[in-house]
Design a protein around this ligand. Sequence first.
Ligand code: PLP
Length: 391
Amino acid sequence: MSKWSERLSPQVQSIAPSGIRKFFDIAAKMQDVISLGVGEPDFVTPWSIRESCVYGLEQGYTSYTANRGTPELRQEIAKHFERRHNLNYNFETDILVTVGVSEALDIALRAVIAPGDEVLIPEPCYVSYQACTTLAGGVPINVPAKIENEFRITPEELEPYVTPKTKAILIGYPNNPTGAIMERSDLEKIADFAEKYDLIVISDEIYGDLTYGNAEHVCFAELPNMKDRTLVLNGFSKAYAMTGWRIGYALGNADFIAAMTKIHQYTMLCAPITAQIAAVEALRHGEKYMKKMVAEYNRRRKLIYDGFIKMGLECFEPKGAFYIFPNISSTGYNSTEFAEALINAEHVALVPGGAFGKSGEGHVRCSYATSINKISEALARIENFLKNHRR
Ligand code: PLP
């Protein structure tokens, strides 16, 4: 029998395992580790949301749902977008409930990509964007965003990468891993660019509720003429501390959503009913809990940003999500060496910036979705590390 490595699909062979998980595995084997690695709220899902699920189970809600998701949840999502963004989506045709944004991302790309189609992906970015594009038979085209421009992307930076095969642009703001946001005026320029080259826009807005200070999230579909061209992805994992429930959704043109629903129907069937019941409660009554969590992330954000600046590391002040992305190149380490040496010497886990694309190299991603005490202790340990290990 030939080797398994030769039997695997070329697409699967061409993608690397996620660079985020590796450090969790090292951390899991150590005592006394402080993890700034994981992109997950340290809060438990608010009780009223959990309770709605318990009640649903008591009532016997244990079946499949409609492929697209329960009408109640799709109606709540439609109302939420009308309230928040003044956008009208038809809950019967324009919304698909998925198993996390992860699934939505995967099937969105599979629904539109023909072999060899190119997708513009500003980076540093979430680790799945390139991998899902490749798995769908497309070609990810990475476009570096610069720290000098607060990790925002401009049409001038995108233009040189456009070819006749460019089919879509995939953006994620507020951004994982940089914490960057795009102002309305920045997004308007991307909208003109998308129109000029007739591109599909896939906008991952999973951190849309997590913005700080004066920063305000603008949904890409709100921009003039952009609703039909844009697929908006969002979900409950981050803002409502619901990572384990696995609920996300996509909003967009009815034909695009119908195509995604076909894939979803054959591969996932539907998202779990228990989690859909909980998601309805989150949208109906969860905002006050979400706002409290956001206020707490903001305190932590200030603490960690000040900490890195005091240590003398170049650092962009994050405006959204719950990550900070300091530049560690002055230490003489590359990002993987830095993360490995830090975890071994001081038992602090973070993620090398190179995991988020080449332009992330020289940085490390720290999540501040962890307690103030742990962040303070992690900062003290990192400071100690810098004193003893600068090359
Ligand atoms: N998109 C971004 C930018 C993320 O950071 C994550 C998770 O870390 C996801 C999507 C996946 O989220 P979900 O839990 O909804 O699958």
